[in-house]
Every structure is written in structure tokens, then in C-alpha cells.
Design a protein around this ligand. Structure first.
Ligand code: ZN
Length: 451
């Protein structure tokens, strides 16, 4: 059966109308109709009764480090730089088995909070420990999530003035060759793609100027996107000013790293001029409010970025700096942190939901296919239960956004059910959870001598 009909639900298209009692029709992997009232007749269709439910586009996670599932709960009271220095040591010992288990658990956790498309930024590749990039791609395919893995990299170790120890960095030629090979092997640019690769040197304090320039050339020659961490902390801002004589955004601009094909993780410490440059160039931002709060990094100027027209998506960031954070919960976290700093009208529930969906699609260059419920778009759809305890709130979007993470009745990726009644359906949920715990234990054993 390829046709599905969702009816009697509160449907939020994000890009246009809201239908308090509406329907969505799906044929194969695409949406064919969205509207008010009952659905048109569709013989043989699977009918999904959406009474008591809110229907939204599937959420899009624009920044993550799946391997960090294996190193959660460490360096709990540290700044980003202290936290990184503590964690580079165990990360240097990870292998493909750790990554496979961590990615499986991390992606399973994301699916259970309504995420249908996730990026990942993997930037630690210890030598001789298997194909780490392939391991996370296998995990994503098994779970059925739409995946945008970013081939990360670091080439500026401590001896070159960078932050990471020399043993976790790679040399420039290896990075470029491996990144190009990953694009050639995995990147699928076709419509409806389940897998797209991006090029992602880690951050200004862990990569060389050469690597940033060559990465941009490589990405553009291959037609793939560029991603990196930027303006996450004041320490990074200081580092850039001391080492390069300019702000992080100016530094990236000088290396051709602003554009519609680029999105930065965090973008916390921005001046007015930086926001203007990002808006004018179409450069996106992945806002990760829980991670920023956990590391005491600061509060991003999300409301200002949105007002200027910067594409802003939401991200949970790696599980080691945002333990067990559900993506749906970041909608509330984003809203509340903006309000805590800028006042109660700084970010509305519907704006926050738009960031989690259409904003994320813009960051990934997929706004034509993802991020809203429209005929012709991919059927990546979340059906949330806003009855039961949530029924005391009349507006379902308020219930969803203020209430955190309501139960998930269904999650569809390309029309395929991947979560039903808060349970993963592609792989047994207990199995996925066990893989995550095993990955943690394995990493702690492998890293025993450096911890
Ligand atoms: Zn990150």
C-alpha cells in the first residue's frame, strides 16, 4: 500500500495555512494533498486517524556529533576548550564499532523526538581504526533516517598552534583525498535523496587556513555544502583575533566561506556586521541552545538573525555536550533562551517550530523538498499526540512548543513509518539502546590508559 491519508488532525504546514481539522495525503514518498476538512477519496489507502494530534513537518537536526553518544557525562563543568581538551583523549581511541553503536543510539533517540533528517559532523579519524564514516552511514540507513553526514577534519594540532593534540589530527592531503572519496562514494544529489555529504573542517582553532581554502574549493567543485563550527565561544573569538587578526566571520569571509552553500554551527558571538554579512550572503546558522547552555557558551542572537533574514535551523549538537537532548525539546529551549535574554516576544512558538523545520531545510539547501507540508514535497511528517495531559492547552502548537516533547504517534520518512507510538519500528528499540550503552563501555575500555 503506497497511499496514506492522515485526517482529523491539526495540520501545521509551516509555509502557509494551518488547518485545525485537516488532512494530508501521501503517495509513495511524496505529499500529494494538504488541506482543511476530510481527505479526498483514495481507494485502498491506509487511513491514519489524527484525532487529538498535531501534524508538523518532520524536524531537521542541523548539527550533531553522533560518536559523542559514547562519551556522555564527562567534563561536566567545563568551558568548551577545557571540555575538548579532556575529551580529545578518549576520542583518539574510538573505532568503527564505537561509532556504529553510538550513531545507532543517537539517531534512534533523534527519531523518537520527531527528527526525520539529521546531519552529523564527524571530525575525529584516529588512524587504523576502521571506516568510521561508513559506520555511521550504515547506522542511518538501517534506522531509516534521512542523513546528511559531514566529513569533518582537523589538521592543526598543538604543535601548529591549534587546540587538539597532534595524535588526533590528519594531514591535509589525506583529509582532502578521504573527503573527496566519501563524496564520490556516498553523496546522492538526486531528488528525494536519503544521503548527502557535506565538507566540514572542524573549527578555526583546529584547522589550517589551507584546509579551509582547499575544502571550499573541493566542495564547490563537487556541488556539495560546507559546514563548520563558528563563533561558539569568546575563547574562539579571542583565538581568531590573536592568530588571524580578525573576527571569526571576517576570517571565514576572507577564505570564501560565506555563501548560500555554507552553514555554521552555533554562531553565538556575532556583531551586527557579522549578522549582516551572513544575511547578505545567505549563510546559515545551526542554533544549538542546550549545548550552548551546558557549556556556558552564551545565547545566540537568534531573533536578530531571523529579523535580518539569516537561515537559522536547530541542532542538538553532540550528546557529550547535550546529553539525551531531544530535538523537539530544543524548540522550547530556543524559545525560552531568547525570551530569557531579550524578552517575552523575542521568539514565538511558531517561529521556533519554523526554525526546527523549514529553517533547517534552508541550512541544508533542501527547502524545495523538505521543511513544510506542501504537495510535491517529501512525506517527512511527525504526528504528535496533544491529547491526554496536553489537552488542557487549547492551541496544539502551544502544547507542542511550551510542553517540550509530546508523545509521538507516528513519524514518517519519505512516507515510511519509522516510529509508532514512541517506539522505533525499523530496529527494536531495546537493541538500539543497548548498542549505545555498549559503545560507551567499549570506548571507556579502549581509552582506559588515557582517562
Ligand atoms: Zn558541534
Amino acid at each position: 500500500m503506497t497511499v496514506k491519508v492522515i485526517e482529523n488532525a491539526h495540520v501545521v504546514t509551516v509555509s502557509g495555512a494551518e488547518h485545525p481539522r485537516g488532512h494530508v495525503v501521501i503517495d509513495g514518498d511524496r505529499i500529494t494533498a494538504v488541506g482543511a476538512g476530510g481527505a479526498p477519496a483514495a481507494e485502498g489507502a491506509e487511513r491514519i486517524d489524527g484525532r487529538g494530534c498535531l501534524v508538523t513537518p518532520g524536524l531537521i537536526n542541523t548539527h550533531h556529533h553522533l560518536y559523542q553518544w559514547a562519551s556522555q557525562g564527562l567534563a561536566k563543568d567545563n568551558t568548551l576548550f577545557e571540555w575538548l581538551v579532556a575529551l580529545y583523549k578518549p576520542w583518539s581511541k574510538m573505532d568503527a564499532e564505537v561509532v556504529r553503536g553510538a550513531a545507532s543510539a543517537g539517531l534512534g533517540w533523534l527519531l523518537r523526538s520527531g527528527c526525520t533528517t539529521s546531519t552529523d559532523h564527524h571530525y575525529v579519524f584516529p588512524r587504523g581504526r576502521g571506516d568510521l564514516f561508513a559506520a555511521e552511514i550504515e547506522a542511518a540507513a538501517e534506522l531509516g533516517v534521512r542523513f546528511h553526514p559531514c566529513r569533518g577534519s582537523m589538521d592543526r594540532g598543538r604543535s601548529d598552534g591549534g587546540l587538539p593534540p597532534d595524535e588526533v589530527v590528519e594531514d591535509l592531503d589525506t583529509i582532502l583525498a578521504e573527503t573527496e572519496a566519501a563524496i564520490d562514494r556516498y553523496h546522492d544529489p538526486s531528488p528525494g535523496s536519503m544521503l548527502r555529504v557535506a565538507v566540514a573542517p572542524c573549527s578555526p582553532f583546529s584547522v589550517s587556513r589551507d584546509l579551509l581554502e582547499r575544502s571550499a574549493e573541493l566542495a564547490r567543485s563537487k556541488g556539495v555544502r560546507l559546514h563548520t563550527h563558528l563563533c561558539e565561544t569568546l575563547d574562539e573569538d579571542r583565538h581568531c583575533r590573536e592568530q588571524f587578526g580578525m573576527s571569526p566571520v571576517d576570517y571565514m569571509e576572507s577564505l570564501e566561506w560565506l555563501g548560500e552553500d555554507v552553514w555554521f554551527a552555533h554562531a553565538v558571538h556575532l556583531q551586527d556586521a557579522d549578522i549582516k554579512k551572513m544575511a547578505q550572503s545567505g549563510t546559515g546558522a545551526a542554533h544549538c541552545p542546550s549545548s550552548n547552555a551546558r557549556l556556558g557558551a552564551g545565547i545566540a542572537r537568534v531573533a536578530d538573525m531571523l529579523a535580518a533574514g539569516v537561515p537559522v535551523g536547530l541542532g542538538v549538537d553532540g550528546a557529550a555536550s547535550a546529553e539525551m537532548v531531544p530535538l523537539a525539546g530544543e524548540v522550547r529551549q530556543a524559545m525560552y533562551m531568547q525570551r530569557a535574554r531579550y524578552g517575552p516576544d523575542a521568539l514565538t512558538a511558531r517561529q521556533a517550530l519554523e526554525m526546527a523545520t523549514l529553517g533547517g531545510a534552508r541550512c541544508l539547501g533542501r527547502q524545495d523538498e523538505l521543511g513544510s507540508l506542501e504537495p510535491g514535497k517529501l512525506a517527512d511528517i511527525a504526528i504528535w499526540r496533544v491529547d491526554g495531559f496536553y489537552a488542557a492547552i487549547d492551541d496544539p502548537v502551544t502544547a507542542f512548543a511550551y510542553g517540550g516533547t509530546p508523545p509521538l504517534a507516528r513519524l514518517l520518512v519519505g512516507g515510511r513509518t519509522v516510529v509508532r507510538d514512541d517506539e522505533l519500528v525499523t530496529v527494536p528499540q531495546d537493541e538500539v539502546a543497548r548498542r549505545g550503552a555498549d559503545a560507551h563501555r567499549r570506548l571507556m575500555t579502549l581509552a582506559k590508559e588515557v582517562l
